[in-house]
Design a protein around this ligand. Structure first.
Ligand code: DQA
Length: 254
């Protein structure tokens, strides 16, 4: 497998980490306003965090918002993410509803990447990966620990599991309780890069202490970094202008 994934001419995994900004509107109107605003900014990808959308359980309403988001974003690569409450998101869906929501949006042909949580039952994960790939959609296979930072071998184990299951972009976000925890995440990322990586991965240590991990992905091996425009979707995301400028400084000096 190639170390780079190309989505609408964006080479993820090559050069500086790509900047992704989340859309976190609660209503159709808020989403339109946010999406229009994002178009005035220097972003590489947009993630629709659909768990923030209050009509998320109404698939037709989600679809109609998606159509308008896609039209507003023009050619910007779009990630579709329902983040469950147990992994730091806004709400829960039953496994059936989660599968139906993701399947319907994959089949619209309007999204480029779908985020699937690794810790769903394995059959759900495999089914969604299969449907995504049949429709030319890449899969971020993600895992989040908002409580702590697992050990280095556990982090690597989860990222490798995401590779084995066929995720195109394995991802992990963890919470540091110490600066040592930030190093653990960076070491795990670096070891993946040196020993196991055959495709781009995404890692981050959250909150203030973890900010360095959102900046240093080109060095340690994380291909996408999440920044904030007006509102962040997780602790530790920094302003995208500052983010771009720091990524450029690192890139220039490597
Ligand atoms: O999983 C991630 C990463 C994230 O949690 C972060 O820490 O930047 C933000 C989420 O929107 C995204 O889905």
């Amino acid at each position: 497998m190639s170390h780079t994934i190309t989505v609408r001419q964006l080479n993820i995994g090559e050069g500086a980490p790509k900047i992704c900004v989340p859309l976190v509107g609660k209503t159709h109107a808020e989403l339109m306003e946010e999406a229009t605003f994002l178009m005035s900014l220097d972003v590489d990808l947009v993630e629709w965090r659909v768990d923030f959308f209050e009509m998320v359980e109404d698939i037709e309403k989600v679809k109609s918002a998606l159509i308008d988001i896609r039209e507003t974003l023009k050619g910007i690569p779009l990630i579709f993410t329902f983040r469950s409450a147990k992994e730091g998101g806004e709400r829960e869906l039953s496994s059936t509803a989660y599968t139906a929501l993701n399947t319907t949006m994959i089949e619209t042909g309007l999204i480029d990447i779908v985020d699937v949580e690794l810790f769903n039952d394995e059959q759900t994960v495999k089914t969604l990966i299969h449907i995504a790939h049949e429709n030319g959609v890449y899969v971020i296979l993600s895992n989040h620990d908002f409580e702590k930072t697992p050990t280095k071998s556990e982090i690597i184990g989860r990222l490798k599991k995401a590779q084995e299951l066929g995720g195109d972009l394995p991802k992990i976000a963890v919470m540091p309780k110490s600066t040592g925890d930030v190093l653990t995440l960076l070491e795990a990322t670096n070891e993946m890069k040196e020993r196991y990586v055959d495709r781009p991965i995404i890692t981050m240590s959250m909150a203030g202490a973890g900010v360095i991990s959102r900046l240093a992905g080109e060095l340690f091996g994380s291909a996408i970094t999440f920044g904030a425009a007006k509102k962040s979707s997780a602790p530790g995301q920094i302003d995208i202008h500052e983010l771009r400028s720091i990524l450029n400084v690192i890139h220039k000096n490597l």
